[in-house]
Design a binder for this molecule. Structure first.
Ligand code: T3D
Length: 264
């Protein structure tokens, strides 16, 4: 019997739509779901036809984090080796998103909790329905934020807010999340998928290599010295300057027309 489709995947107009598809359990993350997600992200990397990615989910919630069913005391709970699970399930997904040299837009509806919140926050753009919310649920069950949460949160909102969000584990509304700079923007719930798609289409028509190299530079900027970052910028700008899209950008500028970028 083939395994259920826990991740939806399709490519259209340069945009890969990757959908978490376990709505009856609020898209909580199992080993199978995360391994299918990793497979989809690897296709996004390999396929030249993909120039931007949307991460979305089915149902009323974005993602409730780790599937706690795997720790259910009624099913003979034994203290798990969570470090092993993290290395096998979560870290590869986070690395795949952060090192993907294509922009990833995340569309959040309902709640994004625990590793579900972290998963959204490692994406390049988060658009959330204005009735959505983010919960650092880890402290409620005695765990620490994972899936890149302790990396992204202080960088996005500063140490004071990151500490309060992670230790208190209170629900943060999408509107507040946008106000404190945790996410890119909010929209009406009914407009979420269209807004995410519009942004992804816009990004897919841009110079993909240049955007990928920009992401690479930003990834390193907060742990580099100024000198290290200037060196990195020089190297990456050299690469951007070798692309056909740069040549097209310059040509279009002098011909006073809009550039047509092909992503190479
Ligand atoms: O193994 C490792 O590597 C550990 C890694 C951990 C990383 C983490 O993500 S830790 C954090 C795990 N997540 C949570 O602690 C969140 C737990 N869920 C909730 O707090 C609430 O469900 C929500 C705030 C997300 C939503 O609340 P609400 O009232 O809208 O929905 P609900 O009624 O609580 O849930 C609906 C159903 O989804 C329900 O199932 P049922 O009773 O209808 O059959 C509920 O049990 C199920 N569900 C929700 N969250 C999870 C879940 N099932 C499994 N795992 C979940 N995380």
């Amino acid at each position: 019997m083939s395994s259920p489709e826990l991740i939806k995947f399709e490519i259209e107009e340069g945009v890969a739509a990757v959908g978490l598809n376990r709505p009856e359990k609020l898209n909580s993350i199992t080993t199978d779901l995360s391994s299918q997600l990793l497979g989809a992200l690897s296709k996004c990397k390999e396929e030249d036809a993909v120039r931007a990615v949307i991460l979305y989910s089915e149902g009323r919630a974005f993602c409730a984090g780790q599937d706690l069913g795997e720790f259910n005391p009624a099913q003979g709970f034994a203290l798990p080796n969570i470090g092993e699970t993290i290395e096998r399930i979560y870290n590869p997904v986070v690395r795949a998103i952060r090192t993907l040299e294509k922009p990833v837009v995340c569309a959040v509806q309902g709640v994004a909790a625990g590793a579900g919140a972290s998963l959204a926050l490692v994406c390049d753009f988060v658009i959330a329905a204005n009735d959505a919310s983010f919960v650092q649920a880890f402290s409620r069950i005695g765990l620490i934020p994972d899936c890149g949460g302790t990396f992204m949160l202080p960088r996005l909102v500063g140490l004071a807010r990151a500490t309060a969000l992670t230790m208190l584990g209170e629900k943060l509304s999408a509107v507040e999340a946008q106000q404190i700079g945790l996410i890119y923007k909010t929209c009406e719930p009914g407009a979420l998928q269209a807004e995410a798609r519009q942004l992804a289409l816009r990004l897919a028509a841009m110079p993909t290599r240049g955007l990928g190299l920009t992401k690479k530079a930003l990834n390193q900027s907060l742990s580099h010295t100024l000198d290290q970052q200037l060196t990195l910028e020089r190297e990456l700008q050299h690469q951007a300057g070798q692309t056909a899209d740069f040549a097209e950008g310059i040509k279009a500028f002098f011909e006073k027309r809009s550039p047509i970028f092909k992503g190479n």
